[in-house]
Design a protein around this ligand. Structure first.
Ligand code: PFF
Length: 461
């Protein structure tokens, strides 16, 4: 049977954007912006996307589209038997590894959408949100059940195939996600006192921008665009030969950054509306599942219909963001297993789903019954998160940029980005320069920063 393709250019872009727009946009970007100089951080971030993100994204698109293969095979084909083939396998592994903890948070978003919709936060006092969340994640059953549902949905999408599963669901979920984001942002900025929140977000404070902020922005850009783990390479392997690679990469980056910035407009105006200090709200899970449900109730009137709708839509937004990203992670592994071991898509997907179910459950239970298992003071979930984000991802990004800049045949690369000479690529020299020099140096620095090398050096002085 021939390999499937996306049926349309818009479908291809929406699927890739679905991978990029994820939890990172909503629970990390706004906080990073707020803590690191507001609009100044946004400017730095956009520069990182241009210098680092776009060149690597175009390369991943090129590698996938040229080989029309899963990520491991794609690098094998292009590396002519050299050890560079391991970069593809590493990408598949990282994708799978990230998926195992990512699905846990995806499952939490469903539970919180359910709690919001059933008005469970009605009459909850500000202090209780923390214990509601702790009790939930420590419970051995409820998060596991939601995990089952979340992975079940991913499995259904994946087994339907590229067009009827991934493309169709992206065409449905991404516009929905966009509409919800816009609606929530409008509602939030029209709350009394919202202008302070907008100011806080948009006033550039350049004094905050130092080298560590730039490194943060690079790390965030990398994670947010889903680079370095085979997702975009796998999706691009379903692009047809007329899909413009650079333009698609630009579109995906634009959608991803727009949603991230708009998430800030949902969160900060409501925080300022209730007179809360933005430094108190935490980040990640603490922000999303402890601070925000409280903020929404207080800002929109505890138990009111508006609070119910707003809060439910917010967790739906997170759910859509998480599931489209998780689908792309699943597809990396499914394409690998089915093609490398000549399995049917059904069997391949089932194997991947099973493995994620097992490891995802272990990650989920690491907040409850398995919380005693720790290493470096981290539970299993945090180990997965830190190991993949801090160590594996920068290593893989570094290798991809070197591979694309130094190992790949330039002529082949040029032919691919111009669709065989049909498109113009006046940016090509800049792209090659970024891949050869800027990206490897930048990612190398991010890596050293993530593993604490700079902190150690600073401590010596
Ligand atoms: N880009 C996603 C986010 O911002 O949450 C996370 C992600 C998804 C990372 C898929 C990597 C990936 F392959």
């Amino acid at each position: 049977m021939g390999r499937e393709n996306f049926g349309s250019k818009i479908g291809a872009v929406l699927a890739a954007a679905g991978s990029a727009v994820g939890l990172g946009n909503i629970w990390r970007f706004p906080i990073e912006t707020a803590e690191n100089g507001g609009a100044a951080f946004i400017v730095v971030y956009i520069m990182c996307i241009a210098v680092l993100g776009l060149p690597i994204m175009i390369s991943e698109f090129m590698i996938g589209r040229y080989t029309h293969s899963n990520t491991a095979a794609a690098y094998r084909i292009l590396s002519n038997g050299s050890p560079w083939k391991w970069v593809g396998r590493l990408g598949v592994f990282i994708g799978w590894f990230i998926m195992c903890y990512y699905v846990v948070v995806g499952a939490w978003t469903m539970h919180y959408a359910f709690l919001s919709a059933t008005n469970a936060f009605h009459e909850v006092s500000a202090k209780e949100y923390g214990s509601i969340f702790d009790n939930f994640v420590q419970d051995p059953w409820i998060p596991t059940l939601w995990l089952l549902v979340f992975i079940g949905i991913i499995h259904c999408v994946i087994t339907r195939g590229v067009r009827s599963g991934i493309e169709k669901s992206s065409k449905l979920m991404m516009p929905t996600l966009f509409v919800i984001t816009v609606a929530l942002a409008i509602c939030s900025v029209s709350l009394p006192g919202a202008s302070k929140g907008i100011e806080f977000l948009l006033q550039p404070d350049w004094s905050k921008v130092d080298s560590s902020v730039v490194l943060n922005a690079m790390g965030q850009a990398f994670y947010s665009l889903s680079l370095g783990m085979g997702c975009l390479c796998t999706y691009a392997s379903y692009f047809d030969k007329n899909t413009p690679l650079a333009k698609s990469a630009l579109n995906v980056s634009f959608i991803d950054s727009t949603i991230a910035i708009m998430a800030g407009f949902i969160i900060f105006p409501s925080i300022f509306n209730i007179g809360m200090n933005p430094t108190e709200i935490g980040a990640g899970a603490g922000l999303t599942f402890v601070s925000l449900p409280n903020v929404f109730q207080q800002a929109l009137g505890g138990g009111s219909l508006l609070a119910v709708i707003f809060s439910t839509l917010f967790y739906f937004l997170l759910f859509f963001a998480a599931i489209t990203s998780a689908i792309s992670l699943h597809e990396v592994a499914t394409a690998y297993v089915t093609e490398e071991f000549s399995l049917s898509r059904k069997k391949g997907a089932a194997l991947v789903t099973l493995s994620v179910l097992v490891l995802g459950t272990v990650c989920s239970l690491s907040f409850g019954p398995l919380s005693g298992i720790t290493l470096f003071d981290r539970n299993i979930f945090s180990l997965f998160d830190d190991f993949s984000g801090r160590i594996l991802l920068p290593i893989s990004g570094f290798l991809i940029s070197i591979f694309a800049g130094w190992v790949l045949d330039r002529k082949l690369y040029h032919a691919e980005v111009t669709n065989g000479g049909k498109l113009k690529a006046p940016y090509f020299r800049v792209l090659v320069f970024a891949l050869c020099y800027l990206a490897p140096i930048a990612i190398g620095l991010v890596f050293l920063d993530q593993i604490g090398v700079f902190d150690t050096i600073m401590a010596l002085f």
